[in-house]
Design a protein. Structure first.
Length: 300
């Protein structure tokens, strides 16, 4: 019987890293090896399977059509390999070992400071590696195995995932104090001046949640999409440039402290976003994620 030679996990890691970075040097840095080691590993892989996966030029790294397909398969293999370790950890102490969690920017700075101290105290063996990413980036990282779970706001299409709802996060309208002179206890969508509405840039799901709650199609066309963070939005409102929408968790965390900005609840159907923890279906660490979800919900 002819001996079959299989690619190594290390070779597959090199190939995926090169595809993600599009550059041999950056891929080598991501894998903590030298560029020559990474290049040699990919050449060995190509020799092993007898096909060219990467077209190399002086300026461009281009994957062949077969190379693209093998990269997709390599991601699945690496993810399954990671889950072998997850299975072993899941059989031991709860919430122990390494866990990679992506968190969207409109949640991370406001919720994490409250939950991390409790996690460190109650689960000292958990090594939680955090990455702040937009919803699309976080869900892509989850799908490709770069993240184990994602803390995000729903509704959002994040692929084939399990969802643990944590709590509702109400939406508020923020405006310079004294404008209007007698602000009502709540603000209706029809009271918002579309020409003065400041929103986060595309890629932030809070913008979509806020616009959907208002149910005014013209807001999407007339609002100014320029903010890169909620703190930036508050500073623009504080300088009299317009009004914006903020989630309750940001206000509770003190984002309006030391500003001349006030906020009132948005009065509309579905005037909130649902905070949730999501993970890949059939993950062997499902009990860990459910336990983590319970901690997150209680920390609210």
């Amino acid at each position: 019987m002819a001996q079959t030679y299989l690619p190594t996990l290390k070779q597959l890691q090199y190939l995926v890293a090169l595809h993600d970075s599009g550059h041999f040097g950056r891929a080598a840095e991501a894998c903590f090896v030298t560029q020559s080691t990474l290049s040699a590993g990919i050449r060995e892989l190509e020799t092993l399977i007898g096909v060219v996966l990467v077209e190399r030029t002086r300026r461009v790294v281009r994957f062949t059509p077969l190379g693209e397909r093998i990269v997709d398969k390599a991601r699945l293999v690496l993810r399954e390999a990671d889950e072998l370790g997850d299975m072993a950890r899941a059989a031991g102490r709860p919430l122990s070992g390494e866990m990679r969690m992506s968190v969207i920017p409109t949640i991370a700075p406001f919720l994490l400071p409250r939950i991390l101290p409790r996690l460190r105290k109650e689960y000292p063996d958990l090594k939680l590696f955090l990455r702040e990413e937009t919803s699309s980036q976080a869900c892509e990282a989850l799908s490709h195995g770069r993240a184990d779970c994602v803390l995000l706001a729903m509704p959002y299409a994040c692929g084939d995932v399990e969802v643990a709802p944590l709590f509702d996060d109400a939406l508020f309208v923020a405006f310079p104090k004294g404008e209007p002179d007698m602000p009502p206890p709540t603000i209706r969508p029809e009271d918002i001046d579309a020409t003065r509405l400041l929103m986060l840039e595309d890629g932030h799901c809070l913008k979509d949640h806020a616009l959907a709650a208002c149910n005014r199609p013209e807001l999407r066309a007339e609002a100014t999409m320029m903010g890169t963070s909620l703190h930036t939005m508050v500073q623009m409102v504080d300088n009299g440039l317009g009004v914006t929408m903020l989630p309750a968790m940001a206000i509770d965390a003190g984002i309006l402290d030391h500003t001349n900005v006030a906020a009132r609840p948005l009065e509309a159907e579905n005037a909130s976003r649902k905070i949730a923890l999501v993970w890949r279906k059939a993950s062997p660490r499902v009990e860990d994620f459910r336990l983590l979800a319970g901690v997150l919900a209680a920390s609210r």
